[in-house]
Design a binder for this molecule. Structure first.
Ligand code: SAH
Length: 246
């Protein structure tokens, strides 16, 4: 596939315009090793060095969708959209089994979920910086990445140097990024064994955390009455490596 075909494929799968156009604006080949450039627009995961991978575009788009970054905060439409994904067949998607349509728990009261201005977004496991760049193409606001491997931190800072609203920090992102908390949205791009408490703590009320736990993606909304979760099974990620507090 070339970029146009990938973008067309994301569009036909029902992803929202903002997300699709962000994929269109950003060159994925800038984030991967030179020898993989010919695969840049295949809908597959690609290696970014250090034994890490950039997720396949479908999975990234799906997680971005779950962050609910549209202007309208209209969940009814988005729930339809997400249910529709269950009926779509996925070529080149060995790690994705989108069989989650019937497992959607209705989202309560959408009125409290209007998108605030000047969002603060945190991505844990920012790797090559591709997802940070996509986020930057979707929202106005400040986007923070935390990555534990210094080689990737340096490389991604270099790739993203022209994006003034994006900043990458080195560290254990399972602890969040205390200094800039609380966040409107937190996206975790590596799979945890359980949801790190600190990420919930650093989320604003009304905010959303999207995180893979084992092989499911969870969307966790922090409401004033507690947490509301939705679970979407059938995804594979590299592990979130947490430092032990010894
Ligand atoms: N979103 C990235 C790819 C993610 S791969 C991109 O767009 O390229 C997952 C990344 O999570 C890897 O780079 C890995 O080093 C990082 N990671 C794993 N555990 C982490 C932790 N505890 N804190 C920060 N980064 C972590």
């Amino acid at each position: 596939m070339n970029k146009k075909q990938l973008v067309g494929s994301l569009k036909s799968q029902g992803f929202s315009d903002k997300i699709v156009s962000s994929f269109e604006k950003m060159d994925r080949e800038r984030f991967i090793p030179i020898d993989l450039k010919k695969y840049a627009y295949e809908d597959v995961a690609l290696e970014i060095g250090q034994g890490q991978t950039i997720s396949q575009p479908y999975t990234i788009a799906f997680m971005l969708e779950l962050l609910e970054l549209g202007d309208d905060g209209n969940f009814a439409q988005k729930d339809n959209l997400i249910s529709n994904f269950s009926s779509v067949a996925h070529r080149d998607a060995p790690t994705t089994h989108p069989k989650f349509g019937n497992q959607i728990i209705p989202t309560p009261d959408s009125s409290q979920n209007r998108l605030p201005d000047n969002l603060k977004i945190l991505e844990v496991g920012s790797g090559s910086g591709y997802v940070l760049a996509l986020l930057n193409g979707i929202v106005n606001g400040k986007i923070y990445g935390v990555e534990r491997l210094s080689v990737l931190v340096e490389k991604s800072r270099e790739t993203l140097r022209n994006l003034k609203n994006v900043e990458v920090f080195e560290g254990d992102g399972s602890k969040g990024l205390e200094k800039f908390a609380p966040f409107d949205r937190v996206l975790v791009s590596a799979s945890a064994d359980k949801v790190p408490e600190k990420l919930i703590k650093q989320l604003k009320v009304g905010g959303i955390l999207v995180i893979p736990v084992k092989e499911s993606i969870f969307q966790i909304r922090k409401t004033k009455n507690g947490l509301v979760e939705r679970k979407f099974p059938g995804f594979v990620f590299v592990p979130l490596v947490e430092k032990r507090n010894v």
